[in-house]
Write a protein that binds this ligand. Structure first.
Ligand SMILES: *[C@@H]1O[C@H](CO)[C@@H](O)[C@H](O)[C@H]1NC(C)=O
Ligand SMILES: *[C@@H]1O[C@H](CO)[C@@H](O)[C@H](O)[C@H]1NC(C)=O
Ligand SMILES: *[C@@H]1O[C@H](CO)[C@@H](O)[C@H](O)[C@H]1NC(C)=O
Ligand SMILES: *[C@@H]1O[C@H](CO)[C@@H](O)[C@H](O)[C@H]1NC(C)=O
Ligand SMILES: *[C@@H]1O[C@H](CO)[C@@H](O)[C@H](O)[C@H]1NC(C)=O
Ligand SMILES: *[C@@H]1O[C@H](CO)[C@@H](O)[C@H](O)[C@H]1NC(C)=O
Length: 544
């Protein structure tokens, strides 16, 4: 055997052992069989074609426990390609399962694909969503809960109930029309309303028993707008943000930016009646508001009084609230040891990256960019091209670590990074809107945010002790946000704005976290059931 073939043979043997070891692993399996279809929905009173999963809008909830293996067979019954992605699920060593354009071939119409996800070392609240075209504007999203394993302490008593609330801005216009607006090079109009679990005003009700405490997991699955969440007459105790148990601070209202998830505890400690749950857009004129009902099981009165108003002060209030969200260092996360035992503030930064967003016209069409590059998809998913060594699909280094000041241009932008690097990323926002940034495959420490332009002196105000670790962070208008991230997950990872029109029009790129030692300890091989498309058609995914 030639050395290369021998290596390949060893790799395949390992793949078989790995497959066996996955199968015999003790971590439990949960199986899901999902059928994705179009169906009529009426969230704002008019008929629309929504994306349903097993007939449901929003889709079914994924309930899981740390380290569970989820086997999700997704049947695409839409007349077009489809993919689901998993916001906040880290897909450790397994970016093939990430379900975004750069990692996974679309599921063709009438076909199915089985995702294999492991909730490895994760707890918390997340959601899934359709990642292609502009499907997210039609539904197809649903909540994900990852509970702690039985013997791992949770820093609050078991709640009497655990409700997921998906909130988001919504259009009466169907997603194909919205997509056509963007494809023609225009901006999206203002949304028509806000939905809570797929329902418009007064459409949803949560029942509580007087005297008991409940957990609400609130995710902003909308397309663009930051939302404020509050409950008439009740306070909320924040306990978890995207997989981190937080210092338990009490708030009367919470700002939740696009793509973010928060868990709060509420106690039904008020007179027995019904109360408004209110959600409204932030930093917009006009302000859109919607309501749901918090219903006491022994309620004597329907909702009454005024819908509680949102905060009237703008950015500063929100910024101060964001800074007050910190990690509870003594609480356990997914593992029994306290979350504070990883001293991220003592690790030396090996690389500093600064990302600047911009909006401009390219060829007379509206586009959005990061460090001047507006992302355009290639004909083959980048991860798959990488696996099969297919040249000419992308170039590592096609986006710079720092703003270049160049005019905006189109490219399939991929940033290279070393496995085990420890990076600082500064998101600099020169625009007048609140931005929201998400990184797949990771959770990162939000070490600082402030108004103005970031300078090295801004590091003096970083929180190097108990910053919150999460996967989606906001960047306020004309402000910066800095994060620290340990690159401990090999793969091809999407870095994107959660502002969906901007994401669609190029404000994203891929971070290729690479290890020259192609070890199965660091990354799983391509799944044997992987769909192949573009220039990978006809390649072999199965071990011989
Ligand atoms: C999915 O639902 C459609 C419409 O109800 C049905 O025609 C199709 O057979 C279903 N597919 C699967 C795989 O269940
Ligand atoms: C969206 O609306 C257009 C025009 O009304 C229609 O042609 C199209 O079929 C609709 N698409 C979906 C997915 O509902
Ligand atoms: C498609 O679904 C069938 C069962 O309905 C399953 O046997 C098969 O493995 C699935 N295909 C993929 C690519 O996951
Ligand atoms: C932090 O977690 C500990 C351990 O579970 C808990 O006892 C404590 O109340 C929490 N502290 C705050 C401020 O949330
Ligand atoms: C929701 O219910 C409240 C209280 O009954 C009522 O005042 C309000 O008009 C309702 N809103 C809508 C849009 O139906
Ligand atoms: C970080 O860098 C400093 C100065 O270069 C060095 O003295 C220190 O040992 C480094 N710390 C770690 C944890 O590598």
């Amino acid at each position: 055997m030639l050395p290369k073939q021998a290596g390949l043979f060893a790799l395949r043997l390992c793949a078989i052992f790995l497959a066996l070891s996955i199968v015999t692993a003790e971590d439990p399996y949960r199986f899901f069989n999902w059928n994705v279809t179009y169906g009529d929905i009426y969230p704002l009173g008019v008929r629309q074609q929504g994306i349903l999963i097993n007939g449901q809008f929003p889709g079914p909830e994924i309930y899981s426990v740390t380290n569970d293996n989820l086997i999700i067979n997704v049947h695409n019954s839409l007349p077009e390609p489809f993919l689901l992605s998993w916001n906040g699920v880290q897909q450790r060593k397994n970016s093939y399962q990430d379900g975004v354009y750069g990692t996974t071939c679309p599921i063709p119409p009438g076909k199915n694909f089985t995702y294999t996800l492991q909730m490895k070392d994760q707890i918390g609240s997340f959601f899934y969503f359709p990642s292609l075209a502009f499907h997210k504007a039609a539904g197809g999203f649903g909540p994900i809960k990852v509970l702690s394993r039985p013997r791992i302490p949770v820093p609050f008593p078991e709640p009497a109930g655990d409700y997921s609330l998906l909130i988001g801005d919504w259009y009466k216009t169907n997603h194909t029309k919205l997509k056509a607006i963007l494809d023609r090079g225009h901006r999206l109009p203002f949304p028509d309303g806000i939905l809570i679990n797929g329902q418009g005003p007064n459409g949803t009700s949560f029942t509580v028993e007087q005297g008991k405490t409940y957990r609400l997991r609130i995710s902003n699955v909308g397309l663009q707008h930051s939302l404020n969440f509050r409950i008439q007459g009740h306070k909320m105790k924040l306990v978890e943000v995207e997989g981190t148990h937080t210092v338990q601070t009490t708030y009367s209202e919470l700002d939740i930016h696009v793509g973010q998830s928060y868990s709060v505890l509420i106690t039904a400690d008020q007179p027995a009646q019904d109360y408004f749950v209110a959600v409204s857009t932030r930093f917009t004129k006009p302000v859109l508001t919607t309501t749901a009902t918090l219903h006491y099981s022994n309620s004597k009165r329907p909702v009454s009084g005024l819908i509680p108003g949102g905060p009237t002060s703008e950015i500063d209030w929100s910024l101060n609230q964001a800074r007050s969200i910190r990690t509870n260092l003594t609480a356990s996360g997914p593992r029994p040891n306290p979350q504070g035992s990883y001293h991220y503030g003592l690790i030396n930064i090996t690389r500093s990256i600064k990302l600047e967003s911009s909006a401009a016209q390219v060829d007379k069409k509206q586009r959005y960019a990061v460090n001047s590059v507006s992302f355009v998809p290639a004909d083959t998913p980048l991860k798959i091209a990488d696996y099969f060594d297919i040249d000419g699909v992308f170039r590592v280094g096609s986006i710079s670590d720092n703003p270049t000041g160049k005019k905006m241009y189109l490219d399939t932008s991929v940033m290279g990074a070393d496995f085990r690097a420890f990076v600082e990323i500064v998101f600099q926002n020169h625009e007048d809107i609140v931005q929201s940034w998400h990184i797949d495959g990771y959770s990162f420490w939000v070490v600082g945010m402030d108004g103005g332009v970031w300078t090295p002196a801004s590091r003096n105000q970083y929180n190097l002790r108990d910053a919150v670790s999460r996967c989606t962070t906001q960047v306020y208008p004309k402000s910066w946000t800095a994060i620290y991230m340990a690159l401990d997950n090999v793969g091809m990872w999407n870095v994107r704005t959660e502002f969906w029109a901007r994401q669609y029009l190029g404000q994203q790129f891929y971070l290729r976290v690479y290890s020259p030692v192609k070890s199965l300890r660091d990354e799983y091989p391509i799944p044997v059931n992987a769909l192949l498309c573009g220039r990978a058609v006809g390649r072999q995914t199965r071990p011989l």
